[in-house]
Design a protein around this ligand. Structure first.
Ligand code: PGA
Length: 246
């Protein structure tokens, strides 16, 4: 089995003192036996980099511009993320798709912009509750992923994929390990067919992962780790989840 990856998604949370405390706790809790990263708000990237430099904990951002540079007020380029030492960037999170009207095509261009600068995109896919209830889960996640696969072409095997059912994000309602595994298997097959490297690629699960459900989720054959929102802000919870992945 490949080494698991746990990525914390801080979303729009944090403050300098809170971040310092959280990162110090993470550093003190190593080794985890899994790869661990935190995706923080842009303004905290440099401090996070300074704190984590030299450790085995990686850092990243939560979004990136699809453009290389130019008159795009408010945007941050992949080159800038690379300059801040980012290993990862989350793209296509459902909150960005929903609140910022990000299309599959835009998400794919963002993933490409990241990879072009050596930053690994964590590409999020996932269905809404209405789509699940209509029996459309497979179609939705396959469509979302296929646009990215097509855009990345021969580099597609370099992305990380995160399956995050929208109805499970921040709701306390987790997909059951069986529900998650079923979707992960579909995504793995799609990645394998497209890249020939599906077995080596990481597919993370996200959506109300907590210390008490992490181990069973991570025990599923096609779940290679987690993308953790709320629980990544609490040191004890995030550490427990990272240990469950080890
Ligand atoms: P959650 O968020 O763990 O708070 O459900 C996951 C995510 O949105 O990445």
């Amino acid at each position: 089995m490949q080494r698991k990856l746990v990525v914390g998604n801080w979303k729009m949370h944090g403050s300098r003192p809170a971040n310092a405390e959280l990162l110090a706790a993470l550093l003190g809790a190593r080794p985890f036996g899994a790869d661990v990263a935190v995706c923080v708000p842009y303004v905290y990237l440099n401090e996070t980099a300074a704190t984590l430099a030299g450790s085995d904990i990686r850092w990243g951002a939560q979004d990136v511009s699809a453009h290389e540079q130019g008159a795009y007020t408010g945007e941050v380029s992949a080159a800038m993320l690379a300059e801040c030492g980012c290993r990862y960037v989350i793209v296509g999170h459902s909150e960005r798709r929903a609140y910022h009207a990000e299309s599959d095509a835009l998400v794919a261009r963002k993933a490409q912009a990241a990879l072009a600068r050596g930053v690994t995109p964590v590409v999020c896919v996932g269905e809404t509750l209405a789509e699940r209830e209509a029996g459309e889960t497979e179609d939705v996640v396959k469509r979302q992923l296929s646009v990215v696969i097509h855009q990345l072409a021969h580099c597609a095997a370099e992305m990380v994929v995160a399956y995050e059912p929208v109805w499970a994000i921040g709701t306390g309602r987790t997909a059951s390990p069986e529900q998650a595994q079923a979707v992960h298997a579909v995504l793995r097959a799609q990645l394998q067919a497209a890249t020939g490297h599906g077995a080596a690629m990481k597919i993370l699960y996200g959506g109300s992962v907590k210390p008490d459900n992490a181990a069973t989720l991570f025990a599923q054959a096609d779940i290679d780790g987690g993308l953790i929102g709320g629980a990544s802000l609490k040191a004890a919870d995030f550490i427990a989840i990272c240990r469950a992945a080890g």
